[in-house]
Design a protein around this ligand. Sequence first.
Ligand SMILES: NC(=O)c1ccc[n+]([C@@H]2O[C@H](COP(=O)([O-])OP(=O)(O)OC[C@H]3O[C@@H](n4cnc5c(N)ncnc54)[C@H](OP(=O)(O)O)[C@@H]3O)[C@@H](O)[C@H]2O)c1
Length: 367
Amino acid sequence: VYGSGLAKIRICVPLRQGGDGPLNGVRIGLVGVGSIGSHVARLLLDHRTGVEIVAAATKDESAVGKPLHEVAKARMTSTVQIVDSIEKVLECRPKVVIHATTSFLRDVAVEVTACAEAGAHVISCSEELAFPFLRHGDHAEMISRVAASRGVTVLGTGVNPGVIFDQLLLSVSGVCWTMDRIRGRRVVDVSGFGRPIHRRLGIGYSLEEFRAGHDRHTIAGHVGFPESIDLVCARLGIRLDGPVEESFEPLPARTSAPTRYGEVPAGCTEGFIQTAIARTNRSERLRLELVLHLRPAAAGYEPADSLTIDGIHPVQLKIQPGMDAILATSAQLVNSIPVVLSATPGLKSVKDLPVGAAWLGPLASIR
Ligand SMILES: NC(=O)c1ccc[n+]([C@@H]2O[C@H](COP(=O)([O-])OP(=O)(O)OC[C@H]3O[C@@H](n4cnc5c(N)ncnc54)[C@H](OP(=O)(O)O)[C@@H]3O)[C@@H](O)[C@H]2O)c1
């Protein structure tokens, strides 16, 4: 039974599957078959060999009972029918669970711990799991302890947090002498997302609703800036003056904005700018900015991911039109499979592990 004032669940499953034999038919379980989870399934089914999806669970009742390949819109078929609980996934003894449900550790920690307890490595896109050690010490300690005792690795990753402001920034820092000021910016066109994701992010609200939702924490915007900053500062050895300062500004539509599900009326939010600032010696040392927008180019925001590092040997990096959040995150989760399979046990972050490079040949051929 896990839980420390959290929801408690009891899971009875066979413990670890046998050994770390050759990487043939590595058994994969999926928890969460929404935007990310269904893309993970499609990528695994259509574009990767050496793995076998053995089970998939979601809470979305409209998907439960359906064939996984149908929900994932995969070309290849799968015999897996989507189930409604993580317990049923763990009964199938996955060697790796890809967990793509929600952002907050309070919601995922118990399940991630249960996976580790059952002997499965875990790769999750929960933003708060990307670097939970400072802000969520209790959860981090619980997951670390169980993962280490069961000999498995737990990794939180994705595109952001995970790659752009974390792994990529750290990689680029390898050519820097000093890093006096670090800026990261993403401008993302979110017109392809559906209504639930828009509403969760903060798009389609009147300004009053937006501000009230932000105050009540029902509109979160992007989750994960503090985690990226903590991770990068921990690796670079930067000691901050105090907590990360975050701001969240709505961008109202000047004219009604078309979406896949109808129009966002003029005056309602068709995007927002979210900023996180970290200081050393009372000066801004690190600034991360995210613009999410339905029509970014028309509003004067060029879709791109950029990193700017000031110092001796300054560096500027720009990726245009920027990474697709769903495609990049699902790829990062899948491409991290060989990374966790060869990692030492415990709760890790991307700073601790090799890059989750794509594996295009059979998993067993990856060196
Ligand atoms: N790190 C990164 O770079 C990154 C990038 C993209 C997304 N994310 C995060 O990853 C999470 C998933 O994203 P998404 O776009 O796939 O969200 P989504 O489309 O809402 O899909 C999540 C799915 O998981 C289901 N679910 C929720 N709790 C569950 C549980 N305990 N067991 C099984 N299924 C459960 C949901 O069902 P219901 O809808 O019925 O609740 C939903 O179908 C979000 O928190 C998102 O913020 C992180």
